[in-house]
Design a protein around this ligand. Structure first.
Ligand SMILES: O=C(O)CCC(=O)C(=O)O
Ligand SMILES: [Fe+2]
Length: 259
């Protein structure tokens, strides 16, 4: 399977330096790059069937979490924003449950796709997660299920919406709310966001769209699904450095297991 059978390379010429520069400008300006009609229509249909086939295996998050996806810090006290708990109830299947022959694996590992991402992100190489669960995930959000406010462990993530609910299921974010590399947690900004005093940016995207975002420093969430169409969404996660595993705390919260 070659990349052009998966991606509409006529509309999105990933190897073209001009296209790369334009994508990079969009990402730097807004914190998000969206490429609509990224997946070829037949692959989108195939991936929806694949997602539906494995839906019964999805693990649905059952515990609350803080926005940093860490265990609480008792020294800060229960009222501190670091310890503020938010709700996530969406489900997902992990990399070890994604079919061996899935086009998602071809896309994830394709050298030309990774070269495009590197050019856009200003990275020299991309690395999969060191744990066997976190690189490729398929998310499921039936009616009422949501993903609460959080910062990602990984610097950046790529999502592919497969099936859009009739209402809700919207991606909302606040760009550059913290600076993880500098250890800047921005408790005041996070508190303002959680209290609804900061207006997030909202994305309205269609199935087949690629979204690339810098989720480590952007506070983001997905609003509860409304209606009886389940939201299906793929996450492709990479790291700029090799050997990085998703934290055990995040794996327990979202996968219900660590390996
Ligand atoms: O579902 C989405 O659109 C975003 C997913 C996400 O933020 C995550 O998996 O960490
Ligand atoms: Fe995220």
């Amino acid at each position: 399977m070659t990349l052009d059978t998966i991606v509409d390379l006529k509309t999105h010429p990933l190897a073209n330096p001009g296209f790369q520069a334009q994508a990079r400008r969009a990402l730097d300006k807004t914190g998000v790059l969206t490429l609509s009609g990224f997946l070829q229509p037949d692959v989108l249909a195939q991936l929806n069937e694949e997602a539906a086939r494995h839906e019964h295996k999805a693990y649905f998050a059952q515990s609350t979490h803080n926005v940093y996806l860490t265990p609480p810090d008792p020294d800060l006290g229960p009222k501190h924003v670091f310890n503020r708990q938010v709700v996530s109830t969406k489900g997902c299947i992990c990399d070890d449950q994604v079919e061996a022959g899935s086009p998602l694996r071809t896309l994830y590992h394709a050298a030309s796709f990774q070269a495009f991402l590197c050019a856009v992100l200003g990275e020299t190489a991309l690395h999969p997660y060191a744990d066997p669960l976190s690189s490729i995930n398929i998310h499921y959000a039936p009616e009422g299920k949501e993903l609460g406010w959080h910062f990602d462990n990984s610097e950046f993530a790529i999502t592919l919406l497969l099936q859009k609910p009739s209402g809700g299921g919207g991606y909302e974010y606040i760009q550059d709310l913290r600076d993880a590399k500098r250890g800047e947690m921005n408790f005041d900004g996070v508190e303002a966001a959680l209290d609804g005093r900061l207006e997030p940016t909202r994305l309205d995207i269609q199935p087949g769209t690629l979204v690339l975002f810098r989720g480590r420093n952007a506070l983001h969430r997905v609003t509860p699904t409304q209606g009886d169409i389940t939201r299906y969404l793929v996450v492709l996660a990479y790291n700029g450095e090799p050997g990085v595993a998703l934290s055990e705390n995040a794996r327990k919260t979202f996968y219900g297991r660590v390996s």
